[in-house]
Design a protein around this ligand. Sequence first.
Ligand code: FES
Length: 129
Amino acid sequence: MSTLVAKLDHRWISFPLRQPGLRVTAASKMQLSTVPPEPVIPSKKPFKVELVGGKRYSWCTCGHSRNQPFCDGSHKFKAQGLFPLRFIPDKDATVWLCGCKYTNNPPYCDGTHKQDFIVSAPLHDQTDC
Ligand code: FES
């Protein structure tokens, strides 16, 4: 049995693909999932940040960082498979960086945090370890 993994509406889903005549062994049922983890939501509002042109930034994509909206390396332990988004702004600018981690224009807020699936979702408790 093979698995098709696809991202649909901000969620990773998998579809088992059955092949007639192919036996599923116990070993293949026990394989670890390759589905990437979903980010947690550290904030339901964007962060206003003053960026320095030419400086490299790492925007947290997993939501576990205690240095929001930037990466502190927490993804290595709490969200393996997710990585920070590195970017270098062309010039100094004040911007709104996404805090919900579900923007469609990362790292910038695009208003996705106003959608129901974010509004009704639980906020990640940063004291959870
Ligand atoms: S805070 Fe994520 S889209 Fe606005």
